[in-house]
Design a protein around this ligand. Structure first.
Ligand code: PLP
Length: 408
């Protein structure tokens, strides 16, 4: 049986997620490829290897995940890393040298910000954090030394969107590469390479694994030259994904389209419910008519996935009470898993960004991020309802004042 690749115009990712890039094990016929837990590979003679030499460079189990991820974007095999941040790191090391410049979305995962400002800055790479929702601002930030634009859409944690096609046009005019961190939507919700981007970036830890069982990252591209650079950096810094983690990620990927659909449907229900609550100041979810970029979301996304951001009228204190009062939702970092996770970006995922920069990017101290899981949405709502009850109980005078419009 040969590997299945998505043909142009074929949109059934359900089939590709189950079968794309898969082959039965050639030695046993096992339909699920085994975990090849081996550091090295015996060669038939000097220079006569069987395709693998050492598992820091490549591994058959990791290869299997890479073929499947590539198939999801109708691309050659992806390059997989030990974490999403290792993938971002490999992208930056592959495309930038000392004295060169990268434009990055102003709302971005905190680890990406920290890597650029606290590590790569010491090696002479400069970064401008720009509102990439404004393609004109991106064009204005291009310098003669700019080599890469890295956008995150929807951005973590405010869900601000970037119009990928508009930034593709800017990147093409300037002759610079464009990479899209597509962790929040996965290829099921958005296919950046089809829109003209050069690289899709993933933390596979999130939706692609989907079960909170592995840490991993991937770079997907249709440019063989770039893929070669990504593999070179990986073997040079030693950041390949472990075979067992790759195997778990591949198993998760098999049900990605099914899960994403359920995450999206449930998040829509939960977001609409939150929007109707008096205790809630504002809700950000791309599927809501009130979402500031609802038109772009409808045009750009096949679905909106399961992440919601919201703020309570009682501000940070109320947000903390809510997060400390949930029972079914788990207070934890990460997103995209079967379990509903609730996160406080200001102290957790985005704590490494200075407060002033966080505030400028709309990441207020009271912002709550909810990753709607695969539980029954009614149960998620019931949990949030009892936690909101704790908020009003704890903060009754302030809440009453807010309702009367005394507090802004
Ligand atoms: C958008 C985005 N990119 C990259 C990462 C880093 O991924 P990892 O935690 O797998 O290193 C994260 C982690 O939350 C993320 O949300």
């Amino acid at each position: 049986m040969s590997c299945i690749h998505l043909k142009p115009g074929v949109t059934d990712l359900g089939t590709v997620a189950v079968r794309g890039g898969r082959e039965p094990d050639p030695t046993t016929g096992a339909i699920i490829a085994p975990i090849v837990q081996s550091a090295t590979y015996v060669q038939r003679g000097v220079g006569l290897d069987l395709g693998h030499t050492y598992s820091r460079c490549s591994n058959p189990t990791v290869d299997g995940l890479e073929r499947a991820l590539g198939a999801l974007e109708d691309s050659p095999a992806a390059v997989c890393y030990s974490s999403g941040l290792a993938a971002v790191h490999a992208l930056l090391l592959s495309t930038l040298s000392a004295g060169e410049h990268v434009i990055v979305s102003d709302v971005v995962y905190g680890g990406t910000y920290r890597l650029l400002t606290e590590v790569l800055a010491r090696f002479g790479v400069s970064a401008s954090f720009v509102d990439t929702a404004d393609a004109g601002a991106v064009a204005g930030a291009i310098r003669p030394t700019t080599r890469l634009i890295l956008i995150e859409t929807p951005a973590n944690p405010t869900l601000k969107l970037t119009d990928v096609a508009a930034v593709v046009a800017v990147a093409r005019r300037a002759g610079v590469l464009l990479a899209v961190d597509n962790t929040f939507l996965t290829p099921v919700g958005l296919r950046p390479l089809d829109l003209g981007a050069d690289v899709s970036v993933y933390s596979t830890t999130k939706y692609i694994d989907g079960h909170n069982t592995s840490i991993g990252g991937a770079l997907v591209s249709r440019d063989e030259g770039l893929l070669e650079k990504f593999r070179f950096i990986r073997k040079t810094v030693g950041s390949i994904q472990a075979p067992h983690d790759a195997w778990l990620t591949l198993r998760g990927l098999t049900t990605l389209p099914l899960r994403l659909r359920r995450h999206s449907e449930s998040a829509q229900v939960v977001a609409e419910w939150l929007e109707g609550r008096d205790e809630v100041e504002r809700v950000l979810y791309p599927g809501l008519a009130s979402f500031p970029q609802a038109e772009l979301a409808a045009r750009q996304h096949a679905l909106h996935a399961g992440i919601i951001a919201f703020e309570l009228r009682g501000g940070e204190g109320a947000g903390r009470t809510l997060m400390n009062s949930v029972r079914l939702c788990a207070l934890a970092e990460s997103l995209g898993s079967a379990e509903t996770l609730i996160t406080h970006p200001a102290t957790m995922t985005h704590g490494s960004i200075p407060r002033a920069s966080r505030q400028a990017a709309g990441i207020s101290d009271g912002l709550v991020r909810l990753s709607v899981g695969l539980e029954n949405p009614g149960d998620i709502i019931a949990d949030l309802e009892q936690a909101l009850g704790a908020v009003t109980q704890a903060d009754r005078p302030r809440f009453a004042a807010a309702q009367e419009g005394v507090l802004a």
